[in-house]
Design a protein around this ligand. Structure first.
Ligand SMILES: *Cc1c(COP(=O)(O)O)cnc(C)c1O
Length: 458
């Protein structure tokens, strides 16, 4: 190395010195990463002769700030290595290709969102889903709002208003922090009437609680927990009979909203939307982005007379969904017209359907791509993944993970480095290693993981 190059290199401030002068609005990890990258880039250009002048500290700081500002959007794509398929922190379900195409086509251009193409008159944004939902569930009508919490709120505030809602004590659930059934009933203007006990509620308990003030009977799917042992609740058909004898609607908050029987995948029985409608529920609500595998939405299906009332509720305007959600949802639902197609093309279903052998095959492929990275130890281990999103809370799916460890970085340091990758990689730390669960990582993400690890271990 020439004396001249050595002099220029000596003028390059150290990472530690530079870091102290980076604007503290940037998180330390990101600031450090950007500083290291800028210093490395400068060093390279000095050594290869493209940079021939002494380096001024102010200039380097400006370069680092520029890089930090350029750093992509705040909301970004990540790689989900956690194995939890419906991960609320990671955006729940990812969309199928068909849903992406539809979403782009209708949002990059104008659309017939509220125009009836046949008559040329004003149409309804909700009409686009009516025929497909009818085919898939047998429901008379459908309405879609922001999410399932909004759906429950709209249903109750339309059908119950100042009246009483009967709910079993075993179904007074809280979902994802702030959504509590008793609070939703209260904020919709209704009064909650708890019936039965935590583990057993009989038809007679509902009967006893009925009076002039009753506005509806509500069933809530206990999606995120199980009461096991001596439990009992009346058959849905019986509850429907009781509601109808008293001219009341039976409302069912199903949570996940299965359209397919998942038992062929070894999952426990859960009722589908069609089944609960056939059993006499008048209104059923469910999420668009849980097991359905579509965009965030709350879907309300059931009797037209009730849904018509909801359409006239002022709240609907505040909860209404936009065209992007609608088009992605219609496209997702269209895949369900052919069950095999849905299992293949809806990512959430496809990931749940992966067998242990499928996961092992993927693990072998990724491990082979990573084995030549120096100082990185790569192993394959049997593990278990979760469905998540409050669905099938106790059920674990057998899987395989690619397990990373290194003498160079402690497990939590490597986890952070993976998170800071160009496409952030979210791993799970277990036994001082980083686990990348093959269930939730797509094959076309392997090269991104390889590149990021090459960069980390450079
Ligand atoms: C998840 C869930 C909700 C909330 O649905 P979001 O779409 O997250 O608003 C409500 N009820 C039940 C039973 C659920 O499982």
């Amino acid at each position: 190395m020439s004396k001249e190059i050595q002099n220029i290199l000596a003028s390059l401030p150290s990472v530690d010195v530079l870091l102290k002068q980076i604007d503290p609005i940037y998180p330390h990890g990101k600031a450090k990463e950007a500083t290291q990258q800028v210093v490395a880039r400068l060093r390279e250009s000095v050594v290869d002769g493209t940079r021939k002048t002494v380096i001024d500290q102010k200039e380097v700081i400006a370069m680092i700030h520029k890089q930090l500002e350029e750093k992509q959007f705040s909301l970004r794509r990540v790689i989900n290595g956690t194995g939890t398929v419906i991960h609320t922190n990671l955006g729940r379900s990812s969309l199928s290709e068909k849903a992406q195409e539809q979403l782009l086509a209708t949002s990059l251009h104008y659309s017939n969102l509220e125009l009836d193409l046949e008559s040329g008159k004003r149409g309804s944004r909700y009409s686009h889903l009516v025929s497909i939902v009818k085919k898939l569930t047998g429901a008379e009508d459908v309405l879609v709002v922001n999410n399932n919490a909004a759906a429950v709120l709209l249903v109750l505030s339309t059908l119950v208003q100042e009246k009483e809602v009967l709910v079993s004590r075993g179904e007074l659930v809280e979902i994802g922090g702030a959504f509590r059934i008793p609070d939703v009933i209260t904020s919709s203007g209704g009064t909650i009437v708890e019936v039965g006990t935590t583990n057993k509620t009989h038809l007679a308990d509902y009967e006893k609680a009925l009076n002039e003030e009753t506005g509806a009977i509500l069933k809530v799917h206990t999606s995120n927990y199980r009461i096991v042992g001596f439990t009992e609740c009346p058959k849905l058909e019986k509850l429907a009979e009781l509601a109808h004898e008293n001219n009341l609607p039976l409302i069912n908050d199903l949570g996940s909203g299965l359209l397919l029987d998942m038992r062929p995948f070894g999952l426990p029985y859960e009722p589908t939307v069609k089944e609960v409608l056939d059993q006499g529920c008048d209104i059923v609500t469910f999420s668009g982005d849980k097991l359905l595998g579509g965009p965030q939405a709350g879907i309300i299906v059931g009797k037209r007379e009730y849904i018509e009332k909801m359409k006239k509720n002022q709240l609907l305007r505040a909860l209404r969904i936009d065209k992007m959600t609608l088009s992605a949802l219609e496209a997702t639902l269209s895949l369900y017209l052919d069950e095999k197609e849905a299992l293949k093309s809806v990512p959430t279903l496809q990931m749940i359907g992966l067998s242990e052998e499928d996961c092992l095959g993927k693990a072998a492929e990724l491990a082979a791509m990573l084995q030549f990275i120096t100082e990185l130890s790569v192993k394959i281990e049997k593990d278990s993944s979760k469905i998540g999103g409050g669905s099938y809370p106790e059920h674990l799916l057998p899987t395989y993970a690619v397990v990373l460890s290194s003498e160079r970085f402690a497990a939590d340091v490597l986890q952070e480095k993976l998170r800071f990758a160009a496409t952030p990689i979210i791993s799970r730390v277990k036994n001082d290693c980083n686990f990348l669960d093959m269930r939730t990582i797509a094959l076309d993400e392997f090269p991104l993981i390889q590149e990021s690890l090459q960069e980390i271990f450079k």
